[in-house]
Every structure is written in C-alpha cells, then in structure tokens.
Design a protein around this ligand. Structure first.
Ligand SMILES: [Zn+2]
Length: 617
C-alpha cells in the first residue's frame, strides 16, 4: 500500500499547439477566415439550389435531389470538421484559464458563428422534409447521401415537428429573451449565491457550490449537518425568482411542444435519445423494482454512520471507508500520476491492445490536463479534436481512487472518439443515452480491477462506497428527478406553480423513490432550485439518459465477461455506429432487447452484487 507522496511529480497540462501554434498565430487567423468563407459559401449554395426558399417548387427527380443533398453533406461536414476543431481548441484555453480574455472573446465569436451553422441545418431540415418523397429513390444510389441514410431519415422524420418557417424563425429569435433568459437568471443566481459559514473556527463566505461540497464530503457529521441547514436556508432566500424562472421555462417549452405537434413533454426528449416509450417504460419499471435493493444499501450506510435506520440527506455522500472512516491501522490508497497511468494502461490491456494503446498515447502525448489550478473549471470532460483525430481530457486529479476512476471514464470517451474517427461529423452525432457506453464500460473495468487488487476491508469499503454513491444517484435520485419533472410539465399546462408547490412535489418524489431509507425529516425540498438540467429550454428530462448510460454500459460489460475476447470486435463496431442507428437496433446486435425489462434487470442485478459485497463487509 502506498503512502501519500510527499513531493508529487508535477501533474500534466494538455498540449494544444499541435492543433494551431497559438491563438495569435497566422494559422488560427487563417482558420477563422476559412470558416467564415465556408459559411458564406454554404449560404449561397442553399439559395442557389432552392434549399432556402419554402415557396420554391421541389423537383421529384432523384438525380437532382441527390445532387443537392450530396453537395450539402460535403459542405456541411467540412464546415463542421473545421468548426468543431476550432471550438475545441478555444475551449481548451477557456476551460483551463477563465482569466484568458483573448480566448473568451474567440469563444463568444465562435458561438455567434455557431448560430449561423444551426440556421443552415434547420433550413436543410425543412427542405428535406418537403423533399421526403424523393428520398427512398435517392438512397438507392451510391454516394454521400446513402452513406448518411440514417441521418437523412431521422432529419425527415423530425421535420414533421417543425412549425412554419416564419414561426420557427420567430421562436429562434425570441429564444434568447424567453427560455434563454430564464436559464441565464438561474445560472447567475446560483453562481452568485454565497453563505456565511463557520468552518475550522472562523466564519467564511462560501459560494453555494463550496458549501454543498462541505455538506457532502466533510468528515465531521456535525459540519455536514450545519452545511445542509445553511444550504436550505440559502435556497429559500432566492426561491421566488427561481420559481419564476422554472415556470417561465416549462411554460415556454409546453407552448412550443404543442405548436410543433408533440404529444407531450416527453415526446422530444425520447426522440433526441433515439429510444421509444416502450424502452423508457421498461427501464424505469426495472429501476422502480430495484428500489428495495438500494434502500438496503442506504440503511446499511445509515447503520455504519450511527443512525438508527434512515440516512439524513447530508449523509448520502458521506465518506465511509475513506480517510477518516477507514478502520484503524489501514490507509486508503493514494495514487500518483505515473501510478495512475500505469494502472489504467495495464487494466485496459486486459480488454484489448487497441484500448491500451489509446490510453498509452493519451498519457505519453499530453492529451490530459490533470492539475487543479486557479481559473480552471471543476469536474471532468473529454473533447474530440476532429482535425487531429485525437481527444483531449480534462480532470482535476487529487490522487483519490475516485479520480482514477474518472480518468478511466474520460479515456473511455476518448476511445469511443477513436472508434468513430473514420466517420463524418454528421455520421457521429450520438445521443446522450449512447454517449456514455464506452465511458461506463471503462470505468467498470477500472473499478473491477481496483476491487480485485484491494487487500484491506477499509480499502474495499471505500471502493464499493464510491461506486454505490454514484449508482444510487443515477438510479434512485434520477428516478425522483424524472417524476418531479413529469408532474411539473403536466401541472404547468394548467397554471403556474408556486415555490411551495415545487418543494412539495420534490419531497413527495424523494419519499416515493428513497422510501424509508432516508429520514423524512431531512430531505431536500430545493433540489429543483439548483439542478441546472431543469432550466434548459432546448433539452428537457435531462435525467433518464444518465440511467440508460449506466445500465447499458454495465449490461455490455456483463456480456463481455461471459464471452471474453470474441466480444471485442463487435463492441468496437458498436461504438463506431452510435451515430447511425437507434438504440434498440444497436442493442439487437448483442441480442439485447431493450424494450423488455429483463435486460435492465440484469444490469441492476450486477449493481445488486456490489451492494451484497458492501453489506457483507
Ligand atoms: Zn461521461
């Protein structure tokens, strides 16, 4: 077992100069000119071929329609390859140094150019919708159109839910001042909310996110309890503007859904996730049936922390088995960066040499920005650099097991990007439901390996706890958020809701999902106030895709354990196709029927095995 190192090797920053030499370089200036030129040229193309004008008659001659589509696809793919590369490059600077004013100005300029890209795509969608009759004949012929058959069919299908050109254009122009403004208000209120909190013997003024971190992770239960109380009081002080924002967003989305002919608020998110209602119901049903198993975990955790039977909210994330909670004489393992690299490359190698090579290159060629520092964003993400066919990974490495597992997760995304590298930007658009497949898979691989290598009870407990805190959030808490959002949409169609209404629904949904395993005196009535997902006008129900990602990735991992090496090529082929089929068709390749509960129950049973291990310790 390793003791924390006294003089840790420097943590790496990522390498961006392979993309462009610098933001001030001639090459970057040239790329900006090139991007603007391509935008102008595509605008001209849309007009010239009658794609921009709803009144212009559409030929039914497949040869002519095919030529118009092919020309569009070639141009848009080239444009997106450049645009996505530049966006990733600039955000590589902004995300690691929020004081970089030059990078921020470029980011804003690229966002404005991104609006033009969206408008062009919308115009093409409306045109393709009007040309739908010619599409089957077009797809018979070889060429770019046929290579993008899934994208084109989906574009046509979704064009049924567009309002008229004039209405869509008005909605787009009003959006920054309606749902966009409400979303911004919530973001601003939350980022500027501070609380005076007594910590380590002095009163500190903490941003609400820092207070939440204290409330979740502080080793002292009394500090966690006080932080929870202070957090709820802080939300209560801003609940009226937040309730107005939530009413504004959900009201706007309801109107747009109705005017676009959507059946209900779930209709668009289900389509965006590339699943159907039968799938969603099968998954949610299996999740519901698994609640008793998660409640056993929460109750066991309550006992470990000295509560009678139920956890208060402030102990859901509490450290057990981690420093402070480990049995005397045992030290929880701390990883240096070279140890992390070594561990991940070795574990990935047990799966395939291609996966190990990818991780090896990421560590050796500085794809990863690991050092936490002033001005750098929190959390972790992976981004694709299309022009280099490489990825870059950001994390805030602290040597904990949790961070090792985060690096494995993000490198899973990088591997997914590599499997997609030979495809065009329009062929790789992957829904959130499938985007987490490779990352969850790699994370599971890493958790399994750390568990197998763990020797002490405290270490095993820490690994299982880390895993189960996440899994319980994704299954139980996500279920409560789904129920909350569904009821809010339904009731908002009749009238506005008050802040009290939102709190009442939230608490009821928490009782329905966590059951008696949480102390009902100490729930979290203001979860709706701070989760930004509720405040997006463009994406509703940004909750169930998390559960899909976890359970789908876990289910595939189980198949890998059964089948061994023969699974690898099919899995890589699946990752290469996540932008070219719906989820049910992709799953069928592994004889998985996601419309039936059995598959979801199987994945949940695997999580159940971890709970059993946890209970046995
Ligand atoms: Zn992820």
């Amino acid at each position: 077992m390793n003791a924390p190192t006294t003089a840790p090797a420097a943590l790496p920053h990522w390498e961006l100069t392979g993309i462009y030499p610098s933001l001030q370089s001639e090459a970057f200036a040239q790329a900006v000119l090139d991007l603007k030129q391509r935008l102008t040229e595509l605008d001209a193309y849309l007009i010239e071929h009658g794609l921009a004008d709803a009144a212009q008659p559409i030929g039914s001659d497949p040869i002519r329609v095919k030529a118009a589509i092919d020309g569009y696809l070639d141009r848009m793919n080239a444009l997106l390859r450049l645009f996505n590369t530049m966006t990733a490059y600039v955000s590589g600077y902004v995300s690691t140094d929020s004081y970089d004013a030059v990078a921020k100005r470029w980011q804003s300029e690229l966002e404005m150019l991104g609006v033009r890209v969206r408008q062009q795509r919308l115009r093409f969608q409306a045109w393709l919708g009007r040309s739908a009759e010619a599409l089957p004949a077009v797809l018979e012929l070889d060429g770019p159109a046929r290579a993008h058959a899934f994208y084109l069919r989906e574009t046509v299908e979704q064009s049924r839910y567009l309002m008229s050109d004039a209405e869509e254009s008005l909605a787009a122009e009003l959006s920054p001042g309606s749902d966009g403004a409400w979303e911004k208000l919530q973001g601003t209120l939350c980022s500027q909310l501070t609380v005076n909190f007594e910590h380590n013997g002095q009163i500190e003024k903490l941003p609400i996110t820092a207070l939440q971190a204290v409330g979740q992770h502080d080793p002292d239960p009394e500090v966690r309890r006080r932080a929870y109380t202070a957090e709820l009081a802080a939300w209560a002080s801003v609940r009226e503007p937040l309730a107005a924002a939530l009413n504004g967003i959900k009201g706007t989305v309801n109107v747009l859904n109705r005017r676009r002919g959507r059946r209900d608020a779930l209709h668009a998110p289900i389509d965006q996730a590339r699943i159907d209602r039968a799938t969603l119901e099968a998954m949610l049903g299996a999740m519901r049936e698994s609640f008793p198993m998660f409640r056993r975990y929460f109750q066991a955790k309550a006992h470990r922390l000295g509560h009678a039977d139920a956890l208060p909210w402030w102990d859901i994330f509490a450290p057990v088995g981690a420093p402070g909670g480990a049995p005397a004489g045992e030290q929880v393992r701390h990883y240096t960066w070279p140890e992390t690299a070594d561990f991940i490359v070795t574990q990935f190698g047990t799966f395939s040499s291609r996966l190990a090579n990818l991780a090896q290159r990421a560590f050796a060629n500085h794809w990863i920005d690991a050092e936490p520092r002033d001005g750098k964003v929190g959390g972790a993400f992976c981004m694709c650099i299309p022009a280099l066919k490489e990825s870059r990974v950001l994390c805030n490495f602290d040597g904990s097991l949790d961070e090792v597992s985060t690096v494995a997760h993000e490198l899973g995304h990088a591997f997914h990007n590599e499997c997609l590298a030979s495809k065009t930007p329009l062929q790789i658009i992957t829904p959130m439901t499938l985007a987490e497949t490779a990352s969850i898979f790699c994370q599971t691989l890493s958790t399994d390996a750390t568990l197998a290598a763990a020797t002490g009870t405290g270490e095993k407990l820490a690994i299982l706890e880390t895993y189960l805190i996440d899994a319980a959030q994704v299954i139980v808490d996500i279920s409560s958020r789904f129920l909350f959002e569904k009821e809010v949409f339904e009731r908002r169609a009749q009238s506005e809701l008050s802040a009290d209404d939102f709190c009442e629904i939230m608490v009821r949904c928490q009782k329905e999902t966590y059951g008696a395993s949480l102390d009902e005196r100490y729930l979290h009535p203001y979860m709706w106030a701070w989760k930004p997902h509720y405040y997006s006008g463009r994406l509703s129900f940004y909750n169930f895709p998390y559960a899909f990602g976890l359970l789908f990735g876990t289910g595939l991992y189980a198949i890998y354990q059964e089948r061994g090496k023969s699974f690898v090529p099919e899995y890589e082929e699946l990752l290469a196709s996540t932008g070219e089929a719906n989820a049910a068709d992709l799953a069928l390749r592994f004889d998985i029927d996601i419309r039936r509960p059995e598959f979801w129950q199987g994945s949940l049973n695997l999580i159940g095995q971890r709970i059993d291990q946890y209970l046995a310790l």
